[in-house]
Design a binder for this molecule. Structure first.
Ligand SMILES: Cc1cc2nc3c(=O)[nH]c(=O)nc-3n(C[C@H](O)[C@H](O)[C@H](O)COP(=O)(O)O)c2cc1C
Length: 138
C-alpha cells in the first residue's frame, strides 16, 4: 500500500500536522506544489480554511493529481469552523475522487485564538487517527 502526504500551510499549523504524520510513518510530507509521481493508495490531504474556503492550491493539486489518488483522507485545523470536511467533499466529488468518511480535525491557532494549537495532545490524537485509518486498510 502506498501512502503519501500533502499539505498547504499559511502560518505553519498544517505543516506541523503533516510532519507529525510523516515522522510516524517514516515518509516525507510535501507541499501541494509537489505533484504525485505515482499512485497513492492513501493520500493524507492536510489543509485548513482561509476566509471560509480551502485554498485554491489544494483544489488545483487534487484536480491535477486525481488519476493518482486512491483515497483522500482529510486532515484539517481551523480557528472557528468544526472541520473542512464538507468543503473537501465538494472538491473530491467534483474530481470523482474517493474521500474517506473518517477525518481528523483540531483547533488551529489564529492570532490570539487557540494559542499553541495544534498542541502535543492534538498531534497525539492525530497519530492515533492515522493508525485507525491504516488498520481499516490492512
Ligand atoms: C488569512 C487567514 C484566514 C482565515 N480564515 C478562517 C476562516 O474563515 N475560518 C476559520 O475557522 N479559520 C480561519 N483561519 C484560521 C486558520 O484556519 C487556522 O489558523 C489554521 O490552523 C491555519 O493553518 P496554517 O497555519 O497551516 O495556515 C484563517 C487564518 C488565516 C491566516
Amino acid at each position: 500500500m502506498t501512502i503519501a502526504i500533502r499539505y498547504f500551510t499559511q502560518t505553519g499549523n498544517t505543516k506541523k500536522m503533516a510532519d507529525a504524520i510523516a515522522e510516524h510513518l517514516g515518509i516525507l510530507a510535501k507541499p501541494v506544489t509537489d505533484d504525485l509521481d505515482a499512485k497513492a493508495d492513501i493520500l493524507f490531504i492536510c489543509n485548513s480554511v482561509y476566509y471560509i474556503g480551502i485554498h485554491k492550491s489544494v483544489k488545483e493539486f487534487i484536480a491535477r493529481n486525481k488519476a493518482n489518488i486512491g483515497t483522500l483522507v482529510n486532515v484539517s485545523s481551523a480557528a472557528l469552523i468544526e472541520s473542512s470536511y464538507k468543503k473537501m467533499k465538494k472538491i473530491a466529488k467534483a474530481n470523482a475522487v474517493n474521500l474517506l468518511e473518517m477525518e481528523y480535525h483540531c483547533k488551529g491557532s489564529f492570532k490570539s485564538i487557540h494559542k499553541g494549537h495544534p498542541n502535543d495532545e492534538d498531534l497525539k490524537n492525530l497519530i492515533a487517527f492515522v493508525d485507525e485509518v491504516l488498520k481499516e486498510y490492512k
